[in-house]
Design a protein. Structure first.
Length: 209
């Protein structure tokens, strides 16, 4: 794959004509992991990282600094109107409430919600998910580029995140929208599908298709 053509293409189509050194390095790491596989797999992995990191393309820690309104939109099941007002702009308290008693976490008082908040290129959350990768005792390892890239690759190819994997959506057929189930149900599925198609177009251009 001609990397110059690829980067010239995505710089315009996805990055507002600007790419930082960190973004390039992050993208290169993902390409190196997925390049020998189906081009659609690579495109969807890149789009997933693009979405989950807000375009940074490097491992990030979840931003939980929600307003009361934001809490009601993002976590309506866990915050009443009164609770949202009480928890607003308190990231640690928000995490402990929103992620309590889920994915292997203890109750709100355990602090597991904050300890195992989203990190990495795919924002893994919960004690169980960190334990799958042997980093429950040091969850910040998910912020290391090599660890985050390995988690992205393994989770998306093996189905370790949700039971769904890339081969379920990109085999004989192609389902750009449904593939979101690999990470998070249907959340922002259409948006990520559009981004994946742009990455795919850049890959094909770089391969001379």
């Amino acid at each position: 794959m001609n990397r110059k053509i690829f980067f010239d293409t995505v710089r315009t189509s996805l990055f507002n004509s600007r790419l930082s050194a960190d973004q390039v390095k992050g993208i290169e790491a993902i390409i190196s992991k997925f390049e020998k596989l189906d081009a659609r797999w690579l495109a969807y992995a890149l789009a997933t990282a693009y979405h989950e990191t807000g375009g940074k393309m490097v491992p990030v820690s979840e931003n939980l600094n929600y307003s009361a309104k934001g809490l009601r939109v993002t976590f309506p099941k866990y915050f009443s109107v009164a609770d949202a007002e009480r928890y607003a702009r308190k990231p640690q308290a928000i995490a402990n409430r929103a992620y309590a008693n889920r994915n292997g976490n203890g109750p709100e008082s355990s602090g597991d919600g904050w300890r195992y908040k989203g990190r990495g290129l795919v924002q893994i959350t919960g004690r169980d998910n960190y334990a799958k990768y042997g980093i429950a005792d040091d969850p910040d390892k998910a912020l290391k580029p090599d660890v985050a890239t390995a988690i992205l690759f393994d989770g998306m190819t093996s189905g370790k995140f949700t039971g769904k994997k890339l081969s379920d959506y990109f085999g004989v057929g192609t389902d750009w929208v449904g593939a979101r189930a690999i990470i998070n149900g249907t959340d922002k599925a259409d948006k990520i599908a559009r981004e994946a198609k742009l990455f795919y177009a850049a890959i094909l251009a770089a391969k001379g298709a």
